[in-house]
Design a protein. Structure first.
Length: 96
């Protein structure tokens, strides 16, 4: 249950961030007649280029599909190490 929720959240956050990062491209195509409003839009576009939209876990890590892959990689590595220790323990017990 928790795994499915994690997959759903990561995929949704990744999709929303991608769509939000496409918005400045659309906004840049719009012609704005008033210079003051154009300056506001230009400042916004500049900030979007410098800092793309991303979801984070309290600022420590970015939540995306890559995060999901990293979690599953860590769990798989942990399980492989546990299996190796279990195999070593069985070899020691059979040797005595």
């Amino acid at each position: 249950m928790h795994t499915l929720l994690l997959i759903l959240l990561c995929r949704c956050f990744n999709l929303v961030a991608r769509k939000a990062n496409l918005f400045p491209q659309t906004l840049a195509r719009i012609h704005i007649a008033e210079e003051m409003n154009q300056n506001i839009v230009d400042n916004f576009l500049t900030s979007c280029i410098r800092q793309p939209v991303q979801f984070t876990g309290r600022g420590f890590f970015t939540i995306s599909n890559r995060t999901l892959f990293n979690i599953f990689s860590a769990v798989t590595t942990y399980l492989v190490i546990l299996m190796q220790f279990k195999q070593l323990e069985e070899n020691i017990n059979h040797g005595q």
